[in-house]
Every structure is written in structure tokens, then in C-alpha cells.
Ligand binder design. Structure first.
Ligand code: ZN
Length: 105
């Protein structure tokens, strides 16, 4: 069997879970990016600023997480996604894999 697949909230493309950035809201209501634990409300987005922007504009991210994201959270999220898009990663985000630069829409 292959790895689980998830749908990006931005472009709606179905991809392998490992190729997407996982966003979750924990029990305390904090936004988590690629958490080690599995939380109930999760959303997946490509490591692409374009997909993140689209998900925010269309409201699909807020709908998936069942809440709006605040300014500081958004700033952090944009930063992390931009880093992931550039292929820059560190050991705290092992799940973010580099995706093809030619991918997306
Ligand atoms: Zn996407």
C-alpha cells in the first residue's frame, strides 16, 4: 500500500501526505505546523506560498481548521511555507519534503 494521500486546501490537488505541510489546531487552540501528535482539526497545504494564499483567500483553510487565523499566526505560517517552498528545512520539520519546483498550477 502507498502512503496516505491528502488534499491541499489551496489547489485541491491530492498528494502524498509527506509532500504536504500539515496544519493543526491543538486542544489549547494553538496553531501547530507539522505537529508530532495527531490533532483532530487538520488541514494540508502544499509547501507553496501560492497555495497558502489561495487557501486563505477562499477560506478553505479557516473552514478546515474551524477557525480564522490571527495575524501573528499567519505571519509565522507564511514564513514556514515560504521556507518549505525554498527547500530549506531543519530537523524540527522532518515531514516537509521538497516538492518539484515545476509542480503546482
Ligand atoms: Zn496546493
Amino acid at each position: 500500500m502507498g502512503e496516505p494521500v491528502r488534499t491541499c486546501v489551496g489547489c485541491r490537488q491530492v498528494k502524498g501526505q509527506q509532500a504536504l505541510v500539515r496544519l493543526a489546531v491543538d486542544a489549547a487552540g494553538s496553531l501547530q505546523v507539522n505537529p508530532r501528535r495527531w490533532y483532530g482539526r487538520t488541514a494540508y497545504v502544499c509547501p507553496s506560498p501560492g497555495c497558502l494564499s489561495r487557501a486563505l483567500r477562499k477560506g478553505t483553510l479557516a473552514r478546515a481548521l474551524r477557525r480564522e487565523l490571527g495575524g501573528p499566526e499567519l505571519a509565522r505560517l507564511r514564513h514556514l511555507v515560504a521556507e518549505a517552498a525554498s527547500g530549506c528545512q531543519d530537523e524540527t520539520r522532518p515531514l516537509i519534503l521538497r516538492v518539484s519546483a515545476a509542480g503546482g498550477l
